[in-house]
Design a protein around this ligand. Structure first.
Ligand code: ADP
Length: 457
């Protein structure tokens, strides 16, 4: 059963149930109210008759002259003597020789009762007539309830017809409204099926519904998921292309060198060195890829220990000085004594990577500054250089896998990295609950900042 049919069915049943309960309540209230009014009329009539009754000297009930009373024709009245004789009765009650309510004929308290005589449905009030604590007779006042029943029957008919019409209308209206509300969902399903069939993640659902309602939000969420999937697929495709590209170059060099050696029938030291370099490069690439895969999936094994960040940074500083040689000026501007919890080797790898990049991308004569500061409950490592800087288009992408600026791509093959270093650094810092930020101006220099939570121990 479709959702539309189920919802329509649900609303119609609900509406039916509601009308039914309401109808039942109205029906019972009308009956109670009518009977209540009849009972008041019966009681008032009985009181009138009792006030007009006369008692003879012997204390017996004298004949009650009903004619003197102004009675409505629908009222049946019987006055019974102590000996069970009918002393008086209204004109319309003459047809009844027996009591109009035999069950209450001996009533000792006033009592109301519904009684059937043949097809006639009566409401009867039986009132014992008592003088000086002696029952001298019984007064029975009754009225025909057929009118009440007729009213109730008519009411029931009206209720049934109204309920049926309301249910049909409710069904129709909810069918239309639900159909209208579900139309965007059908469209989403159609688009999703088309996307799957055409294998085209660039398609989007056009937003015809208002953005603030549930369907609008669903469409937005769906489109966002599609964008994310498209981005992931594109990234994966690019990743494969990049890996193949990175693998091809060293393999071509190795093959060329092997071919050369075979051609000259001798082992050439220079070719061997070149092969060794390329094998090292390949090994580095595979190592980096493995590390990145682990880091991205959050499965990188980290040996978390208290780390004295100042000591670590000092070691990095010294290594950088050796690497920079006389070409660059590497300065340690400020170093606070700070402790973080982390994997010392991995943190050193990150710092060396940033330091290495600073050296790599700063031309001779430039300077690099290193600092470690306390910012609230965080440690901030700053490595800034006066190098080439990163262009505004490249800046948002530098933490992506294999991303290298155009300039870096055109660098010499041995010198250029794979464009994985910053991705790895990003994930390692993230796994230390920290963050890494970059600020750069082309031609002026670059500043990398790493924030790490300070150790509480
Ligand atoms: P690579 O191995 O190519 O250095 P990274 O992931 O470490 O890979 O860096 C990605 C890219 O970011 C680099 O190719 C370079 O274009 C840019 N980059 C990183 N650090 C700097 C820097 N200090 N100055 C200028 N450009 C930088």
């Amino acid at each position: 059963m479709s959702l539309r049919v189920r919802l329509t069915w649900l609303y119609t049943s609900l509406m039916g149930g509601l009308i039914l309960s309401l109808g039942l309540a109205v029906y019972s209230m009308v009956r109670v109210d009518l009977v209540y009014n009849i009972d008041i009329l019966l009681e008032r009539t009985a009181n009138d008759i009792i006030h007009n009754a006369r008692i003879d000297a012997a204390g017996n009930l004298d004949l009650v002259n009903l004619r003197t009373l102004n009675l409505t024709e629908n009222l049946l009245i019987q006055v019974w003597g102590r000996d069970g004789r009918l002393l008086a009765s209204s004109e319309n009650a003459r047809q009844f020789t027996n009591s109009i309510d035999l069950i209450e004929a001996q009533a000792v308290h006033p009592a109301y009762r519904d009684n059937y005589i043949g097809t006639l449905h009566l409401r009867v009030l039986s009132v014992p007539l008592v003088v000086n604590q002696r029952k001298i007779g019984l007064l029975q006042v009754g009225t025909n309830l057929n009118l009440v029943e007729q009213t109730q029957r008519s009411l029931l008919n009206v209720l049934i017809i109204t309920a049926l019409v309301a249910m049909v209308l409710a069904g129709l209206i909810s069918w239309l409204i639900i159909g209208h509300a579900l139309a965007p969902l059908e469209m989403i399903t159609r688009v999703a099926t088309n996307i799957t069939a055409a294998d085209d993640l660039s398609r989007r659902i056009s937003l015809s519904a208002p953005t603030h309602d549930e369907v609008g939000q669903l469409i937005q969420a769906f489109n966002q998921t599609l964008s994310r999937l498209e981005h992931l697929f594109t990234a994966q495709r690019r990743f494969l292309t990049d890996v193949s590209h990175e693998l091809r170059t060293p393999l071509t060099v190795i093959k060329g060198n092997v071919g050369l050696m075979r051609h000259v029938h001798s082992v050439d030291e220079e070719s061997l060195l070149s092969i060794e370099n390329e094998v090292d490069r390949l090994t580095r690439l595979v190592g980096d890829l493995l590390l990145l895969a682990q880091a991205e999936s959050g499965k990188i094994p980290l040996d978390m220990q208290p780390v004295e960040l100042d000591t670590l940074l000092f070691e990095v500083f010294q290594q950088m000085r050796i690497l920079a040689g006389d070409h660059l000026q590497v300065k340690l501007v400020e170093i606070d004594q700070l402790k973080v919890t982390g994997d010392r080797d991995r943190l050193k790898q990150v710092l060396l990577n940033l330091g290495g990049n600073a050296i790599k991308y700063t031309p001779a004569g430039g300077s690099i500054q290193i600092g470690l500061y306390r910012s609230g409950n965080q440690a901030r490592v700053v490595i800034s250089d006066s190098g080439t800087g990163i262009s505004a288009e490249d800046l948002p992408h530098i933490f992506e896998r294999f991303y290298r600026s155009e300039k870096s791509r055109t660098r010499s093959h041995e010198d250029g990295g794979f464009g994985l270093g910053l991705s790895i650094a990003y994930w390692i810092v993230r796994q230390h609950d920290g963050r890494i930020e970059v600020d750069s101006k082309e031609g002026q220099g670059t500043t990398f900042c790493i924030w790490l939570p300070l150790s509480t121990k």
